[in-house]
Design a binder for this molecule. Structure first.
Ligand code: GDP
Length: 453
């Protein structure tokens, strides 16, 4: 039995029209009680012109009411939507009439929560209702709609099934002795876990935040101090945006500049403090700041000074954090010095090489940056709008899978323990879709919704 609730679904300011929403058992009866002239019941899902009471003196205003019967409504229960004149005293008067009929005001997000509890939508879709309302641009709307249509829930469901299949496979082999997973069986399990972790990464790569600028419209410049980052930034923007110097460590604060790319695109390029071991407090702080930017998931242009020795550059590139390296494109700098060997240029992907001073290779670099952004920017068909909570659960799940895989790679693990660990990882996925989300988290999620949603 769902208590009847009522709320204004439109902003409370004066407007030509406003929408009042009701849900719960008896809400249609409450509506009938304040339609003085109505003799017959309203046909479900058909807007009906009515006169609705708004004042205790018996004054009524014209309105349009649509009723929905279970299970065909948004929440799955009995519900009503009424379009009324948007004058605040009239709206308040109508809400008061409903209260007198025993209908209580809804709490924020209560309609969507009912839809979730009633199994009409999963938690990712419920959350995307709020994201859709807050979306600031068309791409964010498209990304939120995709989640609302169930794309995120579907992908997580698929990943979850793979994880459960693996649990079932392990459980089938358990004979209740203290059995270790190792050798070829361990390798097989490790490779399956790796595949599942990769699927989570791929899903997270489709992340698009609900802000005006898409995630990938920024490129970070990184590399050792003196690799030529600031000089490159200045050459890209065509003015002195960042201070350049032969003294290592000149850039401490990130410097941001907008760069125009052919044929008409633009990107914010951010020059970060150099990649080196920090020796004093300022440098430490600068490095921390750079790392914070680098963890944000954006593409990185990693500068390598072509006048350095090839083996040193290769070692430097391979010492990069794998997550950063995956998103990074190596770029050889200072080729005007003429010291770069052919093998160095071919050793790094695409042989992208420039001189920011002479301008050599700069048009090719800009073209490459444009192509790269086009690849990285989720197109209209792929981006998904994640909430921080969803990202957190998915990242935690991936981390725990990576840990299990590393464990298997270095030794053996008791099968029963492995099953417990994998089930725990699965519960993080279930938390995203709401199959297993603690009540207090649900309270927090729905409290952020606006009234009437
Ligand atoms: P950052 O520390 O990576 O920002 O490096 P800077 O841009 O400050 O450059 C370090 C030094 O390398 C400076 O003395 C620059 O003049 C020099 N430099 C940068 N780019 C080039 C280039 O393309 N060619 C040559 N010859 N020198 C460069």
């Amino acid at each position: 039995m769902a208590e009847p609730i009522v709320a204004l679904a439109t902003p409370p300011s004066p407007a030509p029209l406003a929408i009042i929403r009701l849900d719960g058992d008896g809400c249609i009866e409450a509506l009938m009680a304040i339609i003085p002239q109505c003799r017959r019941s309203l046909e479900a899902r058909h807007p009906s012109a009515i006169e609705i009471l708004w004042h205790e003196d018996g004054e009524a205003v014209p309105a349009i009411a649509t009723t929905f019967l279970p299970p065909g409504s948004f929440t799955g229960g009995e519900s009503v939507e009424i379009v009324v004149p948007g004058s605040p005293p009239i709206v308040r008067g109508i809400l008061e009439q409903f209260r007198r009929q025993g209908v209580r005001p809804a709490t924020p997000g209560e309609f969507t929560r009912r839809a979730f509890v009633g199994g009409k939508i999963d938690l990712t879709r419920a959350e995307s209702v709020a994201a859709l309302i807050e979306a600031e641009d068309l791409a964010a709307v498209a990304a939120a709609r995709r989640v609302l249509e169930g794309e995120l829930a579907h992908s997580i469901g698929e990943i979850g099934s793979r994880l459960l299949d693996l649990v079932a496979f392990l459980e089938a082999g358990l004979d209740f002795t203290e059995q270790e997973v190792e050798g070829p069986r361990g390798e097989e399990v490790a490779s399956q876990i790796q595949g599942i972790a990769a699927a989570i990464s791929a899903l997270l790569d489709r992340r698009r935040e609900g802000r005006a600028e898409p995630l990938a419209q920024r490129i970070l410049l990184w590399g050792r101090p003196n690799a030529g980052k600031s000089t490159l930034l200045n050459a890209l923007v065509g003015r002195e945006a960042a201070l350049t110097s032969g003294d290592p460590g000149t850039t401490t604060d990130p410097v941001l500049a907008r760069v125009l790319l052919p044929p008409g695109g633009e990107v914010d390029v951010i020059d970060l403090a150099g990649n080196r071991t920090a020796t004093d407090a300022v440098e430490k702080r600068a490095l921390e700041l750079s790392l914070r930017w680098l963890r944000g998931g954006e593409p990185v242009l990693y500068l390598l000074d072509s006048s350095c020795r090839q083996e040193d550059l290769e070692a430097e590139w391979h010492a990069l954090d794998p997550d950063i390296r995956r998103r990074a494109m190596p770029l050889l700098t200072k080729i005007d010095l003429g010291s770069a060997e052919e093998s160095l240029v071919t050793a790094f992907a695409d042989g992208l090489a420039v001189s920011a001073l002479s301008g050599e290779g700069m048009p090719e670099l800009k073209e490459k940056m444009g192509q790269w952004l086009a690849e990285k920017t989720p197109t209209a068909g792929q981006g998904l709008l994640f909430t921080e909570r969803q990202v957190g659960c998915l990242q935690q799940c991936k981390k725990s899978l990576d840990r299990i895989r590393d464990f298997l790679a270095t030794g053996s693990i008791e099968a029963e323990l492995l099953v417990v660990d994998l089930k725990q990882s699965h519960s993080l996925l279930a938390e995203v879709t709401g199959e297993a989300t603690p009540e207090r988290i649900l309270d927090l999620i729905f409290a952020r919704f606006c009234l009437g949603k």
